[in-house]
Design a protein around this ligand. Structure first.
Ligand code: FES
Length: 364
């Protein structure tokens, strides 16, 4: 089939998956960065990691290193959170190599050029002899920032991105007042390198169809027959009643949000887990898991957290194994796009329709 046919809109009931080349062609790395990631809102941090002036968090936005920094410029209360390219304007060294607290300034470790928390260069060692060089003219490029539910999102090219309000439309009402995400505290991060295209990992996240087959432990906790998947313009939402006993999550709801293109929010009783899927190449990605809990240092709460971490790791290893197998299948030359299950794969279809719409406009 030609590209125009492959990328034509498909009704859910007759839809097929996206063809393999969109997951295997090395040219997709630059295309996805320019057409998708630079024009989207990507999760970067939680406000609990940026409480004081100089607190900073680094991230990889599909190949663009970025840094979120709490400023110190306001007279009262916490300063503004800004997000900059984490690339020095001298010769491209990193401004920061890791997250940090209460930095007075941001100093590039290559030659020591030092920026203020507002991203403006303050000093550059031994540059006095350089004619017409003024540190005040040198700025780190800045991204657009939104803080929503305590989560910090940033966008490289806001003018060509969906409005942030459209991106999160309807989620606040669904979460309600009792499940506000700003009340959580960051516990730790785990990263997994996965040998698959980032879209394979997202596809897998977006359907519960595989749960009875790939995740025997998770399947016992969720009520597969009551598993519901709903789609909105820029996100989709999976919901299942949960029965896990008091030593893990207790009983309640499991809410799984995917937000275009690479953010996931996994909300279980007493805990928030966020996932960021970071492309590292056409057949590699890294999935960053950040764990957040409601503050509680009781023995029971600690034991539940340990059980959550162990269980989450088990589920993740099951997912990454099948994702790597799928990438090999996509690259095999054998695969032709198969029919999607309209009942169980509506969110995969939704994701693929968003991709098709963007690829129609950007791939010759
Ligand atoms: Fe940053 Fe030289 S690259 S100071």
């Amino acid at each position: 089939m030609d590209t125009a046919t492959d990328l034509a809109p498909q009704p859910l009931n007759h839809a097929t998956a996206l063809p393999a080349r969109f997951y295997t062609d090395p040219r997709m790395v630059a295309r996805d960065r320019a057409a998708i990631f630079d024009r989207s809102w990507q999760l970067l941090a939680h406000v609990c990691q940026l409480q004081a002036a100089g607190d900073h968090v680094i991230a990889d936005f599909a190949g663009l290193p970025v840094i979120a920094v709490r400023g110190a410029d306001e007279d009262k209360g916490p300063g503004t959170i800004r997000v900059f390219h984490n690339v020095c304007r001298h010769r491209a060294g990193p401004i920061a190599s890791c997250d940090g607290l209460a930095a007075k300034s941001l100093r590039c470790r290559y030659h020591g050029w030092t920026y203020g928390l507002d991203g403006v260069l303050k000093s550059a060692p031994e540059m006095g002899a350089a004619p017409d060089f003024d540190v005040a003219d040198v700025h780190l490029p800045q991204l657009a920032v939104r803080v929503w539910q305590g989560l910090v999102f940033a966008c490289v090219d806001e003018a060509n991105a969906p409005p942030f309000e459209a991106f999160v439309e309807g989620i606040d009402a669904r979460l309600g007042a009792t499940r506000g995400l700003e009340r959580y505290a960051h516990h730790h991060r785990v990263g997994y390198d996965v040998a698959c295209n980032w879209k394979v990992y997202v596809d897998n996240y977006l359907e519960g169809y595989h749960v009875p087959h790939i995740h025997p432990g998770l399947n016992k906790l969720l009520d597969y027959r009551s598993y519901v998947t709903e789609t909105a313009t820029w996100h989709s939402h999976q919901f299942s009643p949960l029965e896990s006993g008091d030593t893990l999550y207790g009983d309640g709801d499991a809410l799984y949000y995917w937000m275009w293109p690479n953010t996931m929010l996994n909300i279980l009783p007493g805990r928030l887990q966020t996932n960021r899927v970071v492309p590292l190449g056409v057949d590699r990605c890294r999935v960053e898991f950040d764990f957040y809990y409601t503050p509680d240092e009781s023995g029971e709460a600690r034991a539940r957290r340990e059980a959550d971490l162990a269980f989450s790791d088990e589920v993740q290893l099951e997912d990454l194994t099948i994702c790597e197998d799928v990438q090999r299948g996509l690259a095999s030359g054998s695969y032709q796009p198969g029919r999607l299950n309209p009942l169980r794969e509506n969110a995969v279809h939704h994701f693929h329709e968003l991709l098709r719409s963007i690829y129609r406009q950007t791939i010759p």
